[in-house]
Every structure is written in structure tokens, then in C-alpha cells.
Design a protein around this ligand. Sequence first.
Ligand code: GN1
Ligand code: MG
Length: 384
Amino acid sequence: MIEEIINKFNIDGKLIKIEPNNTGNINSTYVVTVETPSGDNCKYLVQKINTNVFPEPYKLMKNIENVTGYLKRQLMKEEDSTHQVLEVVKTKEGKSLCYVEEREERSYYRIYEYIDNAISYDCSVDPEIVYNTGKAFGNFQKLLRNYPMSRLTETIKDFHSTDVRYKKLIDDIKIDSEGRALEVAPEIVFILMREDIVSLITSELGTDEVPYRVTHNDTKVNNVLMNKDTGDFLAVIDLDTVMPGSMLFDYGDGIRSTSSTAFEDETDLDKVHIDLELFKKYTDGYLSEMAPYITYEELSLMGESIRIITLELAIRFLNDYINGDTYFKIKYEKHNLDRARNQIALVKDIERHLEYMNAYIYESYKKYKDNGKKNKCRRLINQN
Ligand code: GN1
Ligand code: MG
């Protein structure tokens, strides 16, 4: 199958190796090696798009092509040759996707050029990696701050509408299609007790105070490639959910992913904590890029955003468990339930440290708010 797909793309050579990459929860990824006619080995990333999650794959690819094209021009303008942007390989017909019929279904595949000399991490313990992950996502938003958002499609509706996800959980509990709701009553109660925070960001989104920005929406630590030699960030990857959103979800999700002391599905909940040193590193990295551009309201919601996005993931995992595991890939029967419990444990620990984290966010902001500023008289609240 992979060979048939490679042949549809602008790739000249013979397929010599296919390695599955199992890190994503949604798409299926393979690293393939092709021997070119001149005898060199060339690697590519082949991905099957999960159309259950992304029902409009062509629109998704249009977003990616728009954003990567713009980012490339921005890097050129800034004469930045140390960072890279994902490169979409086109099909022989000039398209960004191909499809094949598999088991009476149409499957869509895309190919990216493989970025060499890079490494990514699934869990972070190294403060430098965390700092550079925050910097990578901050830099991503900074470079895209003037991108005309109307050119982007919403690839998944209400992706980070925590309030909509909360209501859907309640609806699905009522339906209880798999008869699993009773078993998870303590988790449901935990979430219901936090109804007051689920609209905190979304109710303000779209105002001047919490503006729409081009956001990544999946700022996990393994979505940044690091330079193997220098340790600096090399490229932000997994652009499927790039769309208009709030920087708050990106920042909060970055902390959730980089600063937890355990993997997202760790079942020994005593191991699940927020590492405050790593939180500080991520915050510094992120704000070293974005502090001059955020609004005061965004700044004041950054601490809460960590709690809200973690609660959102708890809601999503629990909802998927209740619905019979139709969204996230699972490796065993109660995988989604374990993930939900893990995220609930993380929310609890975040709540214990929220005051401290809020105070640090302000400290860090003060340190970086004038970074790269040319005009000292510029408003504190600056969109450009
Ligand atoms: C999914 O597949 P992956 O790991 O890139 C999910 C994210 C979740 C994440 C949790 C499109 O991302 O929203 O935060 O799992 N992506 C989508 O691990 O739903
Ligand atoms: Mg993703």
C-alpha cells in the first residue's frame, strides 16, 4: 500500500524501508526511506489522515499550505536560517493529498519531507528542552501574528470550546450508550464541580481583550522538533489543527504537556504532578517571544488556561470512554479512562499551585515585555 502511495507523489526512487511511528493519537504515520536514482537515501513522512476526526482533508491541507508558505516567507524576511518549516510534497498531479480505496473506504494520504538532524520528545524532564518548546510555540504565534485569518478554515468545529465539550459530556452521560456512566461517577462529579471555569476563555474569545490569533491548538512537547546538535528548536510540526483560536489554549496545553511529571496515561496517580521548574522554563520560553504582543486580559488568564485545558482533556478522554472509544486511538480497554483520571490528577495539582504560577507568569511577563520592541511608547496592549 505505502509503495502505491509513494508512486502517486513527486518522488523519484525505490522504496527501501517503512517504519511505523506510533506517537500520534489520531493519524497514522510512517517514516519511509527511498533510494534515489543517484543512489542517495531520502526520507519522507507518510501520513494517513483520520477522516473521522478531519472530515475535510483538502481544506485541512489548504490551511497547512497557507501557513507553511507564510512562515517560510517570514523566516526569509528575518534572515533566519536556523529554523525550518514543514514541506508538503505534492502528488504527480500537483495536489497535496492522494487517496486510495482501502477496505471499501477512501483513505487520504499526504507526504512531508523528513526533517533531518532532528529529535522530538514524548515527555520532558530537561529544562532546556522545555524552554525551547515554549519558545518554539511562542515564535510560531509571533511569526503568524499578522496572518490574514480569514484565509483559514476551522478544521474541527469548536475544537477548544471547553464549554461546548462540557455540555456534550453531559448530553452523552444522559444517553450512556455503553452503560459506562455509573462506573465513572466520581470523575463526572469532579468535572461538574468545575462548571464555573469552562466558559472563562471562550466567553471572551473574539473580543479585543482575548482576540482570535492563528494558533496551533496541539502544543504537545512532541510537536516540536529539536536540533540534535544545538538543542535549539528546529521546527513546529503537526499543523492539522492550525486555525483561529486563543493563545491561551496553546500556552496552557504547552504547560500541560511539558510540565507534567508523568506521561498522559500514567496510571500511578501519585506520580502525576506539575513540575514548577519546568512550568517556569516553558513560560519564559513562550513569553520571551510573545510577551510584547499579548493583551493584559490574556496575561491575566494564562494561569487559569493551564487548568482549563487540562480539564478539557479530562472531559474529552472521559467523554470518549463513555461513548465507547470512537475518537482517540486506544491501546487497551480502559485507556481513555486512565487518561481521564490522569488529567484529573493533574488538574488537582495545578489547582494547588495556581497562585504561585500566576505570580510567576507576571514576573516572566515583566522580564520579556519589551523584548524586540522598537518603540518604547507603544501601548502595553499590543496586537502587532
Ligand atoms: C491528539 O494525535 P495527537 O497526539 O497529535 C488530539 C489533541 C490532544 C492529544 C492528547 C486532533 O493529538 O487535541 O490534546 O491527542 N488531536 C486531535 O494526547 O484531537
Ligand atoms: Mg496532533
